[in-house]
Design a protein around this ligand. Structure first.
Ligand code: CTP
Length: 398
């Protein structure tokens, strides 16, 4: 994880330098400390004042800056960080790195460092495919430097193809997975979360109530223990956890497809409040009020994602966990679902309006397995998530 890590961020000259501000913010959201270094050409694209203000740190630019050398020499600067990230890395800077050039602060730091170095290339598609660039990349990869991206897409120059710098969120996710550790390292865990929207027409839908808070908290707790979390979420007001592989969906059918596409996995946890029904015929145009009275909606059943995964012959995760949201007969209804859906554990919670658990910060759950029924005390949704993550570690014997 990036938490507590110092990232020496080298910004080189390229149009993607404008993304550095967002990158710095995201690194900080992940509790990393950012120390920025800018090359001379980067200064043409972005003001050091903005970078310093966002990073909350001095921006280092010159190799022969007497004040900076007195405060922290360039050798120390390159060693004090946990990693060096070059983003954007221009074609020209990659060429300098490949040759071991050191005529400015940024390239000198890279030559002097003993820390892991990552580059996020950014350039025009033809420059990217040029044999010289590919030669340079091979050379720096052979030196142990790790490349993030680039992406394919439209470019500032109007062309299309490979060469766009990876999005800041992708760079941060990459770094987070590089630093991941914990008992769940190497485990692939699918978590569904949020609600689903079943469209009636372009502006109307039916949905189950769900804030997505419990699903986000569970995904986050598992990622904190090193798991590779595949977070498949429908609409939700909860924050998306930082260290997960995110798939956003809208309807129950989309969620079903997204989950099956992510198998095999070690564990699957179905927290989403999936609508049981979708509309038989979604109107292409907004349905108008007319003298015939309100429209009559015909429903079809949505696929039951938990039941389908729980009953898989091949590719069934070794631990399948469902939720049972009930407003009456909590234990009886949850046990019926437990049997019907083929899950290993079901987490029952009372969602009647009087409990306030739906949409609130706290939850009181009962965990039902083939062996036992465990009533957990009232606790925050984050604590439920941590306790569940610990229980998963025990079940997986990690
Ligand atoms: N679930 C699912 N796919 C559906 C419906 C539900 O994966 N189409 C999952 C939920 O994510 C949850 C569990 O099944 O883990 C139970 O969901 P719940 O809404 O409590 O029950 P339903 O199966 O929908 O049954 P009912 O509405 O009759 O209570």
């Amino acid at each position: 994880m990036l938490e507590g890590k110092t990232v020496l961020l080298v910004i080189t000259g390229g149009i993607a330098a404008y993304k550095s501000i967002e990158l710095i913010r995201l690194l900080q959201t992940n509790n990393a400390i950012v120390v920025p270094v800018m090359t001379k050409s980067a200064l043409q694209f972005i003001k050091p004042l903005s970078v310093a203000a966002i990073a909350g740190s001095k921006v280092y630019t010159e190799l022969f800056d007497l004040t900076a050398e007195a405060e922290m020499g360039h050798i120390e600067l390159s060693r004090s960080a946990d990693i060096i990230l070059v983003a954007p890395a221009s074609a020209s800077f990659l060429s300098k790195m490949a040759q071991g050039g050191c005529d400015d602060l940024a390239s000198t730091l890279l030559l002097a460092t003993d820390k892991p170095v990552f580059v996020a290339p950014s350039m025009n598609v033809r420059m990217w495919h040029h044999p010289a660039t590919q030669r340079n990349l091979n050379a720096i990869n052979d030196d142990g430097i790790i490349t993030i991206g680039p992406n394919e897409g439209g470019m500032a120059c109007g062309e299309f193809g490979l060469g766009r710098m990876s999005e800041p969120s992708e760079i941060v996710a990459f770094l987070n997975s590089y630093f991941k550790q914990g008992p769940l390292l190497g485990k692939r865990i699918i978590v569904t979360s949020g609600t689903t929207h079943e469209m009636i027409d372009p502006v109307r839908y039916i949905a189950n109530r769900s804030s997505g808070e419990q699903g986000s908290a569970i995904a986050s707790a598992l990622a904190d223990l090193g798991a590779n979390v595949i977070f498949i979420t429908g609409p939700s007001t909860a924050p998306i956890p930082a260290n997960v592989e995110l798939t956003k969906v809208r309807s129950g059918r989309e969620m079903h497809k997204a989950v099956l596409a992510q198998l095999p996995a070690d564990v699957a946890i179905f927290v989403a409040a999936v609508s049981d029904w979708c509309i038989d015929h979604v109107s292409e145009q907004k349905i108008k009020k007319n003298s015939n009275g309100p429209p009559v909606l015909k429903f079809n059943e949505n696929p039951d994602i938990l039941r389908d995964v729980g009953n898989l012959k091949d590719d069934r995760p070794s631990l399948v966990i469902g939720f049972a949201a009930e407003t009456e007969d909590l234990y009886k209804n949850a046990e019926t679902k437990f049997k019907k859906k083929g899950c290993d554990w079901i987490i029952a919670n009372d969602v009647s309006a009087t409990t306030g658990y739906m949409g609130g910060d706290e939850n009181k759950i009962c965990l039902i397995s083939a062996k036992q029924t465990e009533d957990w005390p009232l606790m925050s949704k984050k604590s439920v998530a941590k306790k569940l993550a610990a229980k998963i570690c025990t079940a997986l014997e990690v």
